[in-house]
Design a protein around this ligand. Structure first.
Ligand SMILES: Cc1cc2nc3c(=O)[nH]c(=O)nc-3n(C[C@H](O)[C@H](O)[C@H](O)COP(=O)(O)OP(=O)(O)OC[C@H]3O[C@@H](n4cnc5c(N)ncnc54)[C@H](O)[C@@H]3O)c2cc1C
Length: 339
């Protein structure tokens, strides 16, 4: 574990926003998480925040009085560099990332999703290719049940090893998929801040060379899709809002904008895209300071350079108010805002 004092979080978080943290504890393997928690207890640190690549976090510009535990494999790079997908068969993959038993792969929570996918593909296992280019670590991905193209990380998960923090000390637990109560962008780990994922086991599908070639193609197509449709040229925190999935809310939107019904059924897997709503409500390109609603994808708010957390939070509130005024409900924020 590496300990850094008064560390500027903007240097390690994907959004390149955030004040200094009293302590940054960099953890590169499962056992280091215990070491970090022992450090927290020994130094009577009250506030603890776990981060991965920081691709789904907004941290305010204030001083963070406490410890940030960064669970990421190969920490030396900046998060946006670290999160970039690597070629299948690259050197990173040859270096074993985890253990394989038949169709089961177990990896450290700080492994990036792309490294997990490439590791599984070189071992003739498939099932996670939908997440190609989705920036983030395995631990955070499970916590938020990340998804894309109609798939979710829970679909291939078998179990996770967690550390549960107690008032004093901590305990280890293995949780089965069914224990994690997954739903849309949610899980037990998100509901219970005392749980830290340290490793995860996935059950994948063995594939023959023809299927593998096809799956590698899908994986690369998904990466290319993101490069084309997401504003990857700027720091962002991914989709700011969850898409609208609650059926009352979906029906309310359809009652006001009847033409979206077809898109709900044919394109959005029964939900309403928040990017679409934001654009239609006139926020595309809306800017405060150096934070701007992306014109490439309206559910992303880009940092044009040295942007401030307070500006992005103001934009979020303005969008929420407008949605409430139009449809009578508040859209749920997907990104974690740490005050
Ligand atoms: C360009 C871009 C595109 C994106 N596309 C998608 C998409 O298609 N689908 C999607 O679902 N998301 C998407 N996201 C959001 C983001 O990739 C995911 O939420 C991802 O899981 C975040 O991973 P991270 O390691 O960066 O987590 P962080 O942002 O560092 O942390 C997110 C949350 O997880 C917690 N956490 C981190 N590690 C652990 C752990 N080991 N144990 C317990 N809690 C932990 C943190 O405390 C925090 O609350 C996108 C983001 C970006 C920037």
């Amino acid at each position: 574990m590496i300990i850094q004092k008064d560390f500027p979080l903007s240097q390690i978080l994907w959004y390149e926003i955030g004040g200094k943290a009293q302590y940054l504890l960099e953890v590169e393997k499962a056992e280091d998480v215990e070491e970090a928690l022992d450090f927290v207890e020994k130094n009577k640190i009250q506030r603890v925040l776990v981060v991965g690549l920081g691709s789904n976090i907004i941290i305010t510009d204030d001083y963070f009085q406490g410890a940030v535990i960064r669970i990421v494999q190969h920490q030396s790079c900046h998060s946006r560099e670290r999160g970039r997908p690597h070629e299948v068969h690259s050197a990173l993959v040859v270096n074993p990332l985890g253990t394989i038993k038949g169709e089961f792969i177990t990896v450290f929570a700080g492994t990036t999703l792309d490294n997990l996918i490439t590791f599984s593909l070189v071992n003739n296992l498939t099932g996670l290719e939908w997440a190609g280019g989705l920036p983030g670590t395995v631990g955070a991905g499970i916590r938020g049940n990340v998804g894309a193209f109609g798939k979710e990380i829970k679909d291939n998960l078998f179990s996770v090893d967690v550390i549960k923090r107690k008032n004093k000390g901590y305990i280890h637990k293995t949780l089965k998929k069914s224990d994690l109560h997954f739903s849309y962008r949610n899980s037990l780990v998100k509901e219970n801040k005392n749980l830290i994922i340290i490793s995860a086991t996935f059950k994948l599908q063995p594939a023959n060379p023809q299927t593998l070639a096809l799956v590698e193609k899908i994986y690369k197509t998904n990466i290319n899709y993101r490069e084309k449709h997401h504003p990857l040229e700027y720091p962002t925190c991914g989709s700011v809002f969850k898409n609208i999935s609650e059926s009352d809310h979906v029906q309310k939107i359809i009652s006001i904008w009847p033409d979206v019904k077809e898109l709900v059924n044919t394109k959005w897997h029964g939900k309403v895209s928040m990017g679409y709503i934001i654009g239609r409500l006139g926020f595309s390109g809306y800017r405060i300071g150096n934070m701007q609603v992306s014109q490439k994808h309206n559910n992303f708010i880009v940092n044009l350079g040295a942007g401030k957390a307070r500006d992005v939070i103001t934009i979020i509130k303005k969008i929420q108010n407008k949605v409430h005024e139009t449809f009578g409900f508040l859209p749920e924020v997907e990104v974690e805002i740490v005050k």
